[in-house]
Design a protein around this ligand. Structure first.
Ligand code: HDE
Length: 710
């Protein structure tokens, strides 16, 4: 466990002004009146009608009636945490932004992770893109990096965002399915809009079902611009690299976690921070000099393309640590308002047409969600530096502006607030030369829709590719229109023939020779159809290792949850042998007992049960340990759920350790067929179990383990 960071950040200090702590206080109305009874309304007689006069009742009910605000139209379900960002070394050659040049700063951040499609109450393990939005409270104002856990997006132009989201959201007649892309309207849209294919194939990969928010990468996606003090610009792509590596669960687990713990990711983030196991990410820059803008086989302004790390390496420039849970979900996580247009001097935009549209959308959405242009005054949103301007009034204004003047220029107010010169930190936009015709068009350089999905699929390891096959088979299998499945099969064959062939077997459907009509139909009515069809697949790189999460480094087993499956009479010496070394490495060792409360070991000592077997499931743990103890083993033998627990851990390729009599029980499960498995440790030293857990999963087991009917 890391040292708790005791000194609150500037932002956490700032939030203290608004914290209400009821400890030792009397209850009052919103007007500060002490309340004597909050259980009974004022009535005409004990059994009489309630009196309109009862202002205490009216206040309580009225406030309650208005508690809800509209949920986010996308990214409704999310979880947030506070932390800080520290820079390794000054990046002043490419940017003048204080957070990227001043290594003495510890910049406060608030991060919100989210799923995209589901409602606020949907389950965490939906197959979906994850949002990864970071608010930096810098000395020069707020900078928001509003990214996702995949490096590309579905569409190239903001104009198509409502279409994309309408297609993936529940179908409007029956409002089905919740938080799922596996339905007709999504594939109808995708199969007619081929620019979506790259993000689509990422969505079918393990990235869409992460083990934890703490084990995901983050990406700014768009090419942004960094500008140095001399006004020189470089292009940049932002990356977050998690120090815990990038890990996922299997689809079978995801489905079961939905039932076992819908709050799986939210709980995981909260628990890790409470335990002092602070998640960390390094921030990376992929920098492209302005003069290299056109040297790639794809357009840097096209948000459906990534720059392979083999072409432009990611330079890690600093580290973010999340070390504090919010005090109040609504006040902080729900009311936080991100905006890609919140930038500081040294950071600027490019003409990426998706980014340009986002610059409009995020303020607009806060107006309906938070109800007023004063959303910047909500404590979680206000900057840590001072705000002075001539904007006034509107709903819920908190600031009490002094003086007579709310205009510029003025003489009565002494000309205040003054404008800031660029040298004083005043923001000036990058002076990009533009000489163009006004057209409603898409650049032909955006036409390559197949090369990068193919590169992604080629770059995956065998088991990752198999997961993509299974995901497409599941998703398309849920579609009911044959013509949509056929279009998709043909499209997949353009990405990778083996992928398409495997999916076609699972769907029980032939891959068509071609498809009717234009492949890409996301074009204007008068557009030149041929000009907007996907170009020939290019092969500028065979494979990119960085695209497979198996090659993204991680170490150790910190915060991994290990279930110890026991009945009364379990072997204390086995338990102690394993527990200490696991906990020393930061793992969370939890007793899962055949009953709740406390459970006795063979020495007669009572041990606290973390979960009774009937209240938990194998899928919420990373690994399993079964200590010996005759009595304990015979109790486990009698429990069908105990066997299911083991069988599922096997099926999901998890590390399992078994000691002494535990082997008998293991033999009574499908474990008997996996005794020589690399991640199955029978009567082994803890070091071997630790190594097996640190593998995350033994994917070599997967093919055989699929046969387990658990
Ligand atoms: Fe968003 N997006 N988005 N988006 N987005 C929102 O803003 C939008 C896009 C992302 O935790 C909304 O405050 C448009 C790309 C995240 O509060 C809304 C377009 C990326 C979050 C909106 C995009 C994102 C949002 C809904 C296409 C990755 C959650 C609530 C032009 C780089 C932030 C809100 C949080 C939220 C619009 C595309 C990431 C409606 C119009 C690309 C992480 O304004």
């Amino acid at each position: 466990m890391k040292e708790k960071d005791e000194k609150p950040s500037k932002k956490v200090e700032d939030l203290k002004k608004n914290i209400s702590d009821p400890k030792g206080k009397k209850m009052t109305t919103n007007q500060g009146l002490k309340v004597n009874d909050t259980n009974n309304s004022l009535k005409a007689g004990e059994r009489g009608a309630t009196l309109l006069e009862d202002f205490i009742l009216r206040e309580k009910i009225t406030h309650f009636d208005h508690e809800r605000i509209p949920e986010r139209i996308v990214h409704a379900r999310g979880s947030g945490a506070h932390g800080y960002f520290e820079l390794y070394e000054s990046q002043e050659e490419i940017t003048k932004a204080g957070i990227f040049t001043d290594t003495s700063r510890k910049t406060p951040v608030f991060v919100r992770f989210s799923t995209v499609a589901g409602s606020k109450g949907s389950a965490d393990l939906a197959r979906d893109v994850r949002g990864f939005a970071t608010k930096f409270y810098t000395d020069e104002g707020v900078f928001d990096l509003v990214g996702n856990n995949m490096p590309i997006f579905f569409i190239q132009d903001a104009m198509k965002f409502p279409d994309l989201i309408h297609s993936v959201k529940p179908e409007p007649d029956r409002e089905i399915p919740q938080a799922a892309s596996a339905h007709d309207t999504f594939y109808d849209f995708v199969s007619h809009t081929t620019e979506t294919l790259h993000n689509q194939i990422w969505l079918m990969s393990d990235r869409a079902i992460p083990r934890s928010f703490r084990m995901m990468e983050g990406f700014g996606i768009h090419t942004f611009r960094l500008v140095n003090a001399e006004g020189k610009s470089h292009f940049v792509k932002f990356h977050w690299k998690p120090l815990l590596g990038v890990k996922s669960v299997t689809w079978d687990e995801a489905v079961k976690i939905h039932g076992a713990d819908t709050d799986f990711h939210r709980r995981d983030l909260w628990d890790a921070i409470e335990a002092g196991e602070y998640p960390e990410w390094e921030l990376g820059f992929q920098v492209v000099p302005q003069e290299d803008e056109h040297k790639f086989d794809f357009d840097l302004l096209d948000p459906t393309k990534l720059i392979p790390e083999e072409m432009v390496p990611v330079k890690r420039i600093g580290k973010m640590t999340l070390n504090r849970n919010p005090e109040n979900f609504f006040a902080e996580t729900e009311q936080v308002a991100f905006h890609p247009g919140h930038v500081v001097p040294g950071i600027d935009f490019t003409n990426d047409p998706l980014l340009q549209g986002r610059l409009f959308s995020y303020t607009d959405t806060q107006l309906s969600r938070l109800g007023s242009p004063n959303f910047n005054e909500i404590p979680i949103n206000r900057p840590v530096n001072e705000v002075h301007n001539n904007q006034r009034d509107a709903h819920m204004r908190m600031t009490v502006n002094k003086g007579k003047t709310a205009y510029f220029p003025n003489s009565i107010g002494g000309g205040c607030p003054h404008l800031a010169k660029i040298a004083e930190g005043g923001f000036n936009s990058y002076e990009e030369r533009i000489d163009a015709k006004k057209v409603r068009e898409r650049s032909e350089s955006f036409n390559d829709h197949f090369s990068q999905p193919a590169l992604f699929y080629r770059s995956l390891t065998e088991h990752e590719q198999e997961h993509v096959v299974q995901a497409y088979s599941f998703e398309l299998g849920k579609c009911t229109y044959d013509h949509i499945k056929q279009r998709m099969l043909w499209i997949l064959s353009q990405i990778d023939e083996t992928l398409a062939a495997k999916v076609s077997v699972n769907l029980g459907m032939e891959i068509p020779e071609g498809i009717d009509g234009p492949i890409n139909q996301a074009i204007g009515a008068d557009a030149d159809v041929e000009k907007h069809q996907p170009g020939t697949k290019k092969m500028y790189l065979d494979k990119s290792k960085a695209l497979s999460q198996e090659f993204l480094p991680s170490e150790g087993i910190a915060t991994r949850k290990i279930a110890v499956l026991v009945g009364d009479g379990f072997s204390e010496s086995d338990y102690n042998k394993m527990k200490k070394p696991l906990e020393e490495k930061g793992a969370m060792v939890q007793i899962v007992g055949v009953h709740g409360g406390t459970i006795k070991c063979d020495k007669g000592d009572k041990h606290k049960v973390a979960h009774a077997l009937m209240t938990t499931e194998s899928v919420v743990f990373d690994a399993l340990y079964i200590p010996g103890g005759k009595e304990s083993i015979s109790a486990l033998m009698k429990q069908a759920k105990a066997k299911k627990f083991v069988n599922e851990a096997l099926k999901h390729c998890k590390a399992i350790a078994v000691d002494s009599e535990g082997e008998e029980f293991f033999d009574a499960t499908y474990g008997k067929d996996f005794k020589s498995d690399e991640a199955v440790c029978i009567n082994e030293k803890p070091e071997k179990f630790i190594k097996a857990i640190s593998m995350h999963r033994n994917w070599k087991r997967e093919k055989a383990a699929m046969e387990i009917p658990a």
